[in-house]
Every structure is written in C-alpha cells, then in structure tokens.
Design a protein around this ligand. Structure first.
Ligand SMILES: [Zn+2]
Length: 116
C-alpha cells in the first residue's frame, strides 16, 4: 500500500465531516508537544541542551552524524538540518515528512484526519 493509499484509509477511519479545509481556531494550542512529537519522528534523538535544542538523525537525508537540531523546549518546535535539508517549525517538519499541504498537515497533527 502506497503512502497516499494509507493516508486515504486513515482519513476514512477518522472521518472528515467538516470538510478538508476546516481548521479549528485553536489549532495552534492543539499541536503535539514538540518533545514527544520529535521523539517519535527523529532517530537517535539526544537530550536537549541548556537552550532546549536536541540533536538527532535527520529523516530527510541519509544521516550518520545527527545533523538535525530540534527545539523541543518551544511550542513552535523549530528544526534545522545542517546538511542543507532546510528548517522550519513543527508543522513544516510534518509537511515535509508526510508530503501534506499546510492545512492537511495541521489536521493530521491535531487528530482530525487527512482529507485530500
Ligand atoms: Zn537532513
């Protein structure tokens, strides 16, 4: 089963009664905690340093050097890869990881399911 087929099945399970573009006003408050999100999505994630940044293996390239930094101490959950995969916030990370557009990525993150 391809990724798109999988996502379609997931969205069928969760339902999407409010339409694909619907985002609740408080979606920012409902985003997952960056520390637990990145713990699930980043291999070899280390402990955060004094400023809240943790290093781990970048999922966007073949990474043997823990090139990815994620800011687990902030609600935005900024990330950056030192091997030129870019950077952004937690929503951007999820978009890049799943191939979803912004609204679909947010809906996925807050548990509303993905519709296309
Ligand atoms: Zn990278």
């Amino acid at each position: 089963m391809g990724n798109a087929a999988y996502l379609n099945r997931v969205s069928a399970l969760y339902g999407a009664s409010r339409g694909r573009d619907y985002l609740p006003q408080n979606w920012r408050d409902r985003l997952p905690d960056p520390a637990s999100y990145y713990a699930h999505h980043v291999a070899k994630l280390g402990k955060p340093n004094a400023t809240g940044w943790a290093q781990g293996a970048c999922p966007f390239h073949e990474d043997r050097n823990a090139s990815l930094s994620v800011h687990v101490a902030s609600v935005k959950g900024q990330w950056r890869c030192f091997a030129s995969c870019g950077g952004g916030d937690l929503v951007g990370f999820h978009m890049k990881r799943t191939g979803l557009d912004f609204k679909a990525a947010v809906r996925d993150l807050i548990g509303l399911g993905v519709t296309r």
